[in-house]
Every structure is written in structure tokens, then in C-alpha cells.
Design a protein around this ligand. Sequence first.
Ligand code: NAD
Ligand code: UDP
Length: 311
Amino acid sequence: MAKRVLITGAAGFLGSHLCDRFLAEGYEVIGMDNLLTGNIKNIEHLFPLKEFTFYNHDVTKFVHVPGEIDYILHFASPASPIDYLKMPIQTLKVSSLGTHNLLGLAKAKGARVLVASTSEVYGDPLVHPQQEEYWGNVNPIGPRGVYDEAKRFMESMTMAYHNFHGVQTRIIRIFNTYGPRMRLDDGRALPTFMSQALRGEDVTVYGDGSQTRSFCYVDDLVDGIYRLLMSDYTQPVNIGNPAEITLKQFAEEVVALCGSESKIVYEPLPQDDPKQRQPDITKAKSILGWEPKVDRAEGLKRTLEYFKKHI
Ligand code: NAD
Ligand code: UDP
């Protein structure tokens, strides 16, 4: 019998790629999503498969899935700053109440659960690059607090279920990831820059563009998630591409790749926008044997193909 995996946030960017990967590995996949920020088109191609089932359900409400479940991947949550600023309460609820429901389900079913945490647990970091041991620098009452603190609560709740109920848990801290199926208007840097460049509009860099991020291609991330789930490591693990770049350089790369005439304009930096971010992936390398394989030039080329078709 094929193993059964429940993926929440299945209609989103990362969730839909995870559905593809687990189906390709021979699993039966149950996708769950309430389509808050996701798009059913991301998983439409899976509907004819008998190994795929979809539940349109809000995971902050009691989660019921009949039958056995071997693995649960909790990826439901608004993830882009403009999304979680528009939906602060839903964002807080999905990583708190939603995580509680899924841990309860995991306990009831004897399933292993992996939760999608984030580099945002490090906030505007005072340690660089960020190692898993760093506790972070988060403003709990700032605009990003609704996301960052919800994810920190998610990690605490997950460790509590592991320590007190013996649930098998895994925690991944995901750094900025990009690729096909990002929503063109989700406000994150890559979709915004690429859409603007393809339309010949001004490319909006916030602040002076000296803040840094480290962008990971989605296929690499999915491979890291798969390896962590199959490992026996229960502490948080960073997964991301350590190639760090300023947002100004990143915008220039995207404009050049698109062959665009767009010019770069500067807009005010949002409050609490982290100044620098780069994963220390020593643990992922040594424990999971994982490191990214797709460099930015290749990843951006693959993403551009998708954006050209969907603009
Ligand atoms: P996304 O917005 O594309 O996908 C999230 C999905 O969750 C959407 O389909 C949305 O409809 C669904 N959802 C939201 N609230 C829900 C609820 N209450 N019940 C059921 N479904 C709900 O975002 P993404 O980029 O795919 O991110 C997926 C996960 O990975 C999130 O938990 C996010 O915090 C985490 N993450 C992503 C990144 C990244 O760079 N993409 C980085 C760090 C962490
Ligand atoms: N950013 C930008 N222009 C945009 C969108 C984002 O300069 O149109 C900046 C943003 O201020 C941040 C970086 O790009 O410094 C990454 O932003 P994103 O929303 O992609 O992710 P996060 O801030 O969560 O890392």
C-alpha cells in the first residue's frame, strides 16, 4: 500500500510543488487548502489522478481526514508580506490554531509531521549568517510580527508535541524561495521585479537596495524538505541558498535577463524590513547531505519561462 501524505497549503506555490514531488515518489497525496492566497490552477493537473484527493478546508477549523496518514506537511499560511499585512488575523491563526489541529491529527494518526517555519524567526538578524542556534531579533508588535511570532509559536507548539506527546516532528526554516507558480502579484521581490520588467514598468526597489537576501530555487528547497522529512533529526534545520545578493543587484539581474528597458526606482523601505539574510547551511549539509544545485542564473531563467506564459 502506498504511504499517504497530507499537504496543507497544497494550492500554493510551495505546496503544489510538494504535491508533484510526493506523487512522483509514489505516495498517495491528500491536498488541503482554503484558497486564501493559493490558486487551484497550481494543482488542476493533479485532479485526474486517483492518487490525489483535494479538500477545500480551512485548517484553523477542526481537521478531519478519514483513513491512515503517514506524513503531514503543514505549509498553509500567507507567506508574502503584502498578504500577511492584509490578513494579519488569519496569518496568526493558521500557524497557531492550524498547527495545533495538525499536531493533534498527527498524534491521533501516529503520523510524522513537518512544519514550514521560516528565516523570519530570526527577524532583523544581529548574527550573520544565521545559524539555527540564533534566537532572533523579532519585533512582536510590528507589522511583520503577525507572521514571525506565529511561526515562532508554531515551532514551540511542535517541540511541545514532540517532547510531551512523543509525536515525530520536523521543523524546517525556509529562506526566500522562488520559482514557477509564484503569484505574479504577491508583492514579493522576484514576482514584482519580473512582472514589472516584462511589462516595461519601473522596477520598484525598496530603500536604497542595499538590504540583502539569499534566493533558493524551488526544486532545491523541495529536495531539502523531502530529505528532512525522511531523516531522524528533530531540531530546526535551515534550508536555503547561501548565495547572498543586494536587492539592487537582484533587480538589475532580473531586468537584464528579461531584456527589458525598465528603469529601477526607489521607494520607502517597509518597517522592520530585515537588512541582511543568509542561511548557514552547515546542518543541512552534514545531517541531510543537502546543498542547492540550481544557481540563480539557471533558476531565474526557468522562472522567466513561467512568467512569460502567465503575464
Ligand atoms: P502561498 O501563499 O503560495 O501558499 C500558501 C497556501 O496556504 C495557499 O494556497 C493558501 O490558500 C493556503 N492557506 C492559507 N491559510 C490557510 C488555511 N487557514 N487553511 C488552509 N489553507 C490555507 O505561500 P508559499 O510561498 O507557498 O508558502 C508556503 C509555506 O511556506 C508557508 O507556510 C510559508 O510561511 C512558508 N515559507 C515560504 C517561504 C518562501 O520563500 N516561499 C519562505 C519561508 C517560509
Ligand atoms: N522588495 C523590493 N521591492 C519590491 C518588493 C520587495 O525592494 O517590489 C524588497 C523588500 O523590501 C525586501 C526584499 O525585497 O527587502 C525581499 O522582499 P520579499 O517580500 O520578497 O521577502 P522578505 O522581505 O519576506 O524576505
